[in-house]
Design a protein. Structure first.
Length: 277
Protein backbone atom coordinates (compact mmCIF):
# COMPACT_ATOMS: atom_id res chain seq x y z
CA UNK A 1 0.00 0.00 0.00
CA UNK A 2 1.38 3.46 -0.82
CA UNK A 3 2.69 5.10 2.32
CA UNK A 4 0.62 8.23 1.79
CA UNK A 5 -2.58 6.15 1.78
CA UNK A 6 -2.01 4.59 5.16
CA UNK A 7 -3.91 5.74 8.22
CA UNK A 8 -2.58 8.85 9.87
CA UNK A 9 -1.52 8.98 13.51
CA UNK A 10 -4.35 7.29 15.41
CA UNK A 11 -6.87 9.25 17.40
CA UNK A 12 -5.95 8.99 21.13
CA UNK A 13 -6.69 5.52 22.49
CA UNK A 14 -9.06 6.94 25.09
CA UNK A 15 -11.60 7.85 22.42
CA UNK A 16 -11.50 4.41 20.81
CA UNK A 17 -11.72 2.72 24.20
CA UNK A 18 -14.93 4.61 24.96
CA UNK A 19 -16.37 3.12 21.79
CA UNK A 20 -15.79 -0.44 22.92
CA UNK A 21 -18.40 -2.34 24.92
CA UNK A 22 -17.73 -2.50 28.66
CA UNK A 23 -20.28 -5.05 29.86
CA UNK A 24 -19.18 -4.67 33.49
CA UNK A 25 -20.59 -1.11 33.47
CA UNK A 26 -23.81 -1.94 31.63
CA UNK A 27 -27.09 -3.51 32.74
CA UNK A 28 -27.40 -6.13 30.04
CA UNK A 29 -29.16 -3.67 27.73
CA UNK A 30 -28.26 -5.58 24.56
CA UNK A 31 -29.93 -8.64 26.10
CA UNK A 32 -33.21 -6.79 26.63
CA UNK A 33 -33.72 -3.81 24.32
CA UNK A 34 -33.45 -5.41 20.83
CA UNK A 35 -35.95 -7.86 19.41
CA UNK A 36 -34.82 -10.98 17.58
CA UNK A 37 -36.45 -13.87 15.77
CA UNK A 38 -35.60 -17.56 15.75
CA UNK A 39 -33.18 -17.99 12.86
CA UNK A 40 -29.62 -18.98 12.04
CA UNK A 41 -28.53 -16.10 14.31
CA UNK A 42 -30.83 -16.68 17.29
CA UNK A 43 -32.28 -19.87 18.77
CA UNK A 44 -35.49 -18.23 20.04
CA UNK A 45 -37.92 -15.40 19.45
CA UNK A 46 -37.65 -12.39 21.77
CA UNK A 47 -39.68 -9.19 21.78
CA UNK A 48 -38.05 -5.77 22.17
CA UNK A 49 -37.88 -4.86 25.85
CA UNK A 50 -38.13 -8.47 26.97
CA UNK A 51 -35.15 -9.88 28.84
CA UNK A 52 -33.45 -12.85 27.22
CA UNK A 53 -33.96 -15.98 29.38
CA UNK A 54 -30.18 -16.40 29.45
CA UNK A 55 -29.70 -13.03 31.22
CA UNK A 56 -28.74 -13.67 34.86
CA UNK A 57 -29.61 -11.50 37.84
CA UNK A 58 -26.10 -9.98 37.77
CA UNK A 59 -26.65 -8.92 34.11
CA UNK A 60 -24.23 -11.53 32.82
CA UNK A 61 -25.07 -14.04 30.10
CA UNK A 62 -25.48 -17.59 31.41
CA UNK A 63 -24.20 -19.06 28.12
CA UNK A 64 -21.67 -16.38 27.17
CA UNK A 65 -18.88 -18.87 26.41
CA UNK A 66 -21.23 -21.19 24.48
CA UNK A 67 -23.27 -18.72 22.45
CA UNK A 68 -22.42 -20.20 19.06
CA UNK A 69 -22.88 -23.77 20.25
CA UNK A 70 -26.26 -22.88 21.79
CA UNK A 71 -27.54 -21.26 18.59
CA UNK A 72 -26.88 -17.58 19.37
CA UNK A 73 -24.12 -16.48 16.96
CA UNK A 74 -25.99 -13.20 16.52
CA UNK A 75 -25.29 -12.40 20.17
CA UNK A 76 -21.65 -13.42 19.82
CA UNK A 77 -21.04 -10.82 17.10
CA UNK A 78 -23.20 -7.99 18.46
CA UNK A 79 -21.36 -4.75 19.21
CA UNK A 80 -22.94 -1.75 20.91
CA UNK A 81 -19.85 0.44 20.29
CA UNK A 82 -19.87 1.41 23.97
CA UNK A 83 -23.47 2.63 23.95
CA UNK A 84 -24.44 0.29 26.77
CA UNK A 85 -22.20 1.80 29.41
CA UNK A 86 -22.96 5.33 28.16
CA UNK A 87 -26.71 4.81 28.67
CA UNK A 88 -26.28 2.99 31.97
CA UNK A 89 -23.69 5.20 33.62
CA UNK A 90 -24.11 8.62 31.97
CA UNK A 91 -27.62 9.03 30.60
CA UNK A 92 -29.27 7.30 33.55
CA UNK A 93 -26.59 7.97 36.15
CA UNK A 94 -26.01 4.35 37.14
CA UNK A 95 -29.67 3.51 37.79
CA UNK A 96 -30.40 -0.20 37.47
CA UNK A 97 -33.58 -0.79 35.45
CA UNK A 98 -34.45 -3.76 37.62
CA UNK A 99 -34.21 -1.78 40.84
CA UNK A 100 -35.77 1.28 39.24
CA UNK A 101 -38.36 -0.31 36.91
CA UNK A 102 -39.88 3.06 36.05
CA UNK A 103 -36.74 3.75 34.00
CA UNK A 104 -36.82 0.47 32.07
CA UNK A 105 -38.93 1.34 29.03
CA UNK A 106 -37.24 4.68 28.43
CA UNK A 107 -33.78 3.20 28.99
CA UNK A 108 -34.36 0.54 26.34
CA UNK A 109 -35.63 3.16 23.88
CA UNK A 110 -32.60 5.36 24.52
CA UNK A 111 -30.20 2.45 24.09
CA UNK A 112 -31.47 1.85 20.54
CA UNK A 113 -30.76 5.50 19.66
CA UNK A 114 -27.44 5.64 21.49
CA UNK A 115 -26.14 2.57 19.75
CA UNK A 116 -26.65 4.24 16.36
CA UNK A 117 -24.89 7.41 17.52
CA UNK A 118 -21.93 5.46 18.88
CA UNK A 119 -21.60 3.54 15.63
CA UNK A 120 -21.34 6.88 13.82
CA UNK A 121 -18.71 7.99 16.34
CA UNK A 122 -16.66 4.90 15.47
CA UNK A 123 -16.73 5.65 11.75
CA UNK A 124 -16.03 9.37 12.21
CA UNK A 125 -13.13 8.61 14.52
CA UNK A 126 -11.59 6.37 11.89
CA UNK A 127 -12.27 8.86 9.08
CA UNK A 128 -10.15 11.43 10.95
CA UNK A 129 -7.15 9.08 10.77
CA UNK A 130 -7.26 8.84 6.97
CA UNK A 131 -4.66 11.10 5.35
CA UNK A 132 -6.36 11.37 1.94
CA UNK A 133 -9.45 12.76 3.69
CA UNK A 134 -7.54 15.79 5.03
CA UNK A 135 -9.72 18.25 3.05
CA UNK A 136 -12.71 16.91 5.02
CA UNK A 137 -11.10 16.78 8.45
CA UNK A 138 -12.73 20.05 9.49
CA UNK A 139 -16.21 18.83 8.54
CA UNK A 140 -15.51 15.42 10.06
CA UNK A 141 -14.41 17.00 13.34
CA UNK A 142 -17.58 19.10 13.46
CA UNK A 143 -19.71 16.02 12.79
CA UNK A 144 -17.84 14.09 15.47
CA UNK A 145 -18.33 16.87 18.04
CA UNK A 146 -22.03 17.21 17.17
CA UNK A 147 -22.59 13.46 17.42
CA UNK A 148 -20.79 13.35 20.76
CA UNK A 149 -22.91 16.26 21.98
CA UNK A 150 -26.07 14.40 21.03
CA UNK A 151 -24.99 11.37 23.08
CA UNK A 152 -25.09 13.56 26.19
CA UNK A 153 -28.69 14.65 25.61
CA UNK A 154 -31.42 13.87 28.12
CA UNK A 155 -33.40 10.64 27.73
CA UNK A 156 -36.45 12.54 26.45
CA UNK A 157 -34.38 14.48 23.92
CA UNK A 158 -32.68 11.31 22.69
CA UNK A 159 -36.00 9.56 22.11
CA UNK A 160 -37.26 12.58 20.16
CA UNK A 161 -34.06 12.84 18.09
CA UNK A 162 -34.42 12.28 14.34
CA UNK A 163 -31.48 9.92 14.33
CA UNK A 164 -32.24 8.87 10.75
CA UNK A 165 -31.68 12.41 9.49
CA UNK A 166 -28.44 12.69 11.46
CA UNK A 167 -27.25 9.36 10.05
CA UNK A 168 -27.95 10.54 6.50
CA UNK A 169 -25.87 13.68 7.03
CA UNK A 170 -22.95 11.75 8.52
CA UNK A 171 -23.17 8.97 5.94
CA UNK A 172 -22.90 11.53 3.14
CA UNK A 173 -19.69 12.80 4.73
CA UNK A 174 -18.34 9.27 5.16
CA UNK A 175 -19.08 8.53 1.51
CA UNK A 176 -17.08 11.59 0.46
CA UNK A 177 -14.28 10.39 2.73
CA UNK A 178 -14.31 6.98 1.07
CA UNK A 179 -14.23 8.57 -2.39
CA UNK A 180 -11.18 10.66 -1.48
CA UNK A 181 -9.33 7.66 -0.07
CA UNK A 182 -10.06 5.45 -3.05
CA UNK A 183 -9.33 8.22 -5.56
CA UNK A 184 -5.82 8.60 -4.18
CA UNK A 185 -5.10 4.88 -4.38
CA UNK A 186 -2.55 4.00 -7.03
CA UNK A 187 -4.42 0.82 -7.88
CA UNK A 188 -8.07 0.00 -8.21
CA UNK A 189 -9.71 0.07 -4.80
CA UNK A 190 -12.84 -1.91 -4.08
CA UNK A 191 -16.05 -0.45 -2.76
CA UNK A 192 -17.79 -3.14 -0.72
CA UNK A 193 -19.90 -0.76 1.36
CA UNK A 194 -23.19 -2.42 2.24
CA UNK A 195 -22.24 -5.55 0.28
CA UNK A 196 -23.77 -8.94 1.04
CA UNK A 197 -20.67 -11.07 1.61
CA UNK A 198 -22.45 -13.83 3.53
CA UNK A 199 -20.44 -17.01 3.07
CA UNK A 200 -18.16 -15.35 0.50
CA UNK A 201 -14.85 -17.05 -0.28
CA UNK A 202 -12.32 -14.28 0.36
CA UNK A 203 -9.33 -16.49 1.15
CA UNK A 204 -6.11 -14.67 0.37
CA UNK A 205 -7.97 -11.62 -0.92
CA UNK A 206 -6.26 -8.23 -0.79
CA UNK A 207 -8.90 -5.91 0.67
CA UNK A 208 -6.56 -2.96 1.09
CA UNK A 209 -8.42 0.33 0.58
CA UNK A 210 -11.75 -1.54 0.31
CA UNK A 211 -14.67 0.41 1.79
CA UNK A 212 -16.37 -2.18 4.01
CA UNK A 213 -18.89 -0.01 5.81
CA UNK A 214 -22.03 -2.02 6.48
CA UNK A 215 -20.83 -5.11 4.57
CA UNK A 216 -22.33 -8.38 5.84
CA UNK A 217 -19.48 -10.79 6.61
CA UNK A 218 -21.51 -13.59 8.23
CA UNK A 219 -19.73 -16.83 7.44
CA UNK A 220 -17.31 -15.14 5.01
CA UNK A 221 -13.97 -16.96 4.73
CA UNK A 222 -11.17 -14.47 5.40
CA UNK A 223 -8.38 -16.97 5.94
CA UNK A 224 -5.15 -15.44 4.69
CA UNK A 225 -6.91 -12.24 3.61
CA UNK A 226 -5.23 -8.86 4.02
CA UNK A 227 -7.56 -6.28 5.60
CA UNK A 228 -4.79 -4.05 6.90
CA UNK A 229 -5.66 -1.01 4.81
CA UNK A 230 -9.42 -1.53 4.58
CA UNK A 231 -11.61 1.31 5.81
CA UNK A 232 -14.68 1.38 8.06
CA UNK A 233 -14.28 -2.25 9.13
CA UNK A 234 -15.75 -3.06 12.56
CA UNK A 235 -15.05 -5.71 15.15
CA UNK A 236 -18.51 -7.22 14.78
CA UNK A 237 -17.86 -7.82 11.05
CA UNK A 238 -14.71 -9.75 11.92
CA UNK A 239 -16.48 -11.68 14.65
CA UNK A 240 -19.09 -12.80 12.12
CA UNK A 241 -16.47 -14.09 9.67
CA UNK A 242 -14.01 -16.98 9.59
CA UNK A 243 -10.29 -16.28 9.63
CA UNK A 244 -6.96 -17.53 10.94
CA UNK A 245 -3.54 -16.35 12.06
CA UNK A 246 -2.71 -15.44 8.47
CA UNK A 247 -5.56 -12.92 8.27
CA UNK A 248 -4.00 -9.48 8.73
CA UNK A 249 -6.11 -6.83 10.45
CA UNK A 250 -6.11 -3.06 11.02
CA UNK A 251 -4.32 -2.18 14.29
CA UNK A 252 -7.52 -0.86 15.89
CA UNK A 253 -9.21 -4.28 15.76
CA UNK A 254 -8.49 -7.59 17.47
CA UNK A 255 -8.41 -11.15 16.18
CA UNK A 256 -11.60 -12.99 17.19
CA UNK A 257 -10.94 -15.67 19.80
CA UNK A 258 -12.96 -18.27 17.88
CA UNK A 259 -10.67 -18.08 14.83
CA UNK A 260 -8.45 -21.18 14.72
CA UNK A 261 -4.70 -20.92 14.31
CA UNK A 262 -3.24 -21.77 10.93
CA UNK A 263 -1.86 -25.29 10.60
CA UNK A 264 -0.44 -24.74 7.12
CA UNK A 265 3.37 -24.47 6.79
CA UNK A 266 4.33 -20.81 6.58
CA UNK A 267 5.75 -21.17 3.08
CA UNK A 268 2.36 -22.36 1.84
CA UNK A 269 0.02 -20.27 3.98
CA UNK A 270 -1.30 -17.65 1.60
CA UNK A 271 -3.01 -18.88 -1.57
CA UNK A 272 -2.35 -17.15 -4.90
CA UNK A 273 -3.96 -13.68 -5.20
CA UNK A 274 -7.58 -13.85 -6.20
CA UNK A 275 -8.71 -11.80 -9.20
CA UNK A 276 -10.36 -8.51 -8.32
CA UNK A 277 -14.07 -8.04 -8.89
Amino acid sequence: MPEELQHAAPVPDGRRLRLRADCERCFGLCCVAPAFSASADFAIDKDAGQACPNLRSDFRCAIHHRLRQQGFPGCAVYDCFGAGQKVAQVTFGGQDWRRAPRTAKRMFEVFTIMRQLHELLWYLTEALTLQPARPLHGALSLALDETERLTHSSPDDLVELDVGAHRRDVNALLLRTSELVRAEARRHAIDRSGADLIGADLRGADLGMADLIGADFRGADLRGADLTGSIFLTQSQLDAAKGDLDTTLPPSLTRPTHWPPSVTPRSRRRPPPRPRA
